[in-house]
Design a protein around this ligand. Structure first.
Ligand SMILES: *[C@@H]1O[C@H](CO)[C@@H](O)[C@H](O)[C@H]1NC(C)=O
Length: 211
């Protein structure tokens, strides 16, 4: 993993993160050592006039794979940025021979997480306020972030209703449809739309986080 791109959050998000975690000073110290404004940021590449609406046709695009399309949906830009920073996940989404269903929390979910995807309350218990300082802290943050992202990747597609599968992180999930709504279980997390259907799987936009 390339540490420099780990926290390649869009500028507006960084402000929100810093505002939301003003008390966790160690993390803002980490941020300074990263290149926050990575030129690869999906927000920078995206067309400001695009609506962010998912494509509506149901056809599977030939030859196109998840890694080609996941960065194009504006409403999941934060999550899709993270998928590129985790080697196990970016490798999987870039492999045409391995299918996946990506359960991508939308940007508003990512912004309002009660703890940041690289934080684990246990780390604060064990290591105190400096949990994410220094080399060990950085490794801890990477590990937590990896677990967060992997817990949103279902290693199969098509994925049948009701079929219990383990995500790449090992947590068991399945989906149900009730009154025309698809929900991810456990947790009743609503699937708001399917952003992409491509050769090696699908990208579903979800209204909550699974980790
Ligand atoms: C992978 O996904 C494609 C497209 O949906 C499907 O045709 C194919 O059968 C899937 N392969 C496996 C092994 O599930």
């Amino acid at each position: 993993m390339k540490p420099a791109s780990l926290f390649a959050y869009p500028a507006a998000t960084i402000c929100l993160i810093l505002a939301a975690s003003a008390e966790s000073r160690p993390f803002s110290a980490i941020l300074k050592s990263f290149h926050i404004f990575d030129s690869q940021s999906p927000l920078r590449l995206h067309n400001p006039f695009a609506s962010g609406m998912p494509p509506t046709d149901d056809t599977v695009s030939t030859g196109v794979i998840i890694s080609d399309v996941i960065g194009k949906t504006q409403s999941i830009a934060i999550f899709s940025g993270l998928t590129r920073d985790i080697d196990t996940v970016s490798g999987r989404l870039d492999d045409a021979s391995k299918n996946a269903t990506v359960l991508a929390p939308d940007n508003s979910v990512m912004r309002s997480l009660t703890r940041k995807p690289w934080e684990d309350p246990e780390d604060y218990n064990s290591f105190g306020a400096d949990a994410y300082s220094g080399k060990d802290g950085e490794d801890r943050a990477h590990r937590n972030l990896r677990r967060f992202v992997e817990s949103h990747i279902v290693p199969e597609s098509p994925w049948e209703e009701g079929k219990k599968v383990q995500t790449l992180a090992g947590n068991e999930v399945w989906w149900e449809s009730k009154e025309g709504k698809k929900t991810i279980q456990p947790g009743d997390v609503e699937v708001t739309s399917i952003a992409d259907k491509v050769l090696n799987g699908e990208v579903w936009i979800i209204e909550g986080s699974l980790a």
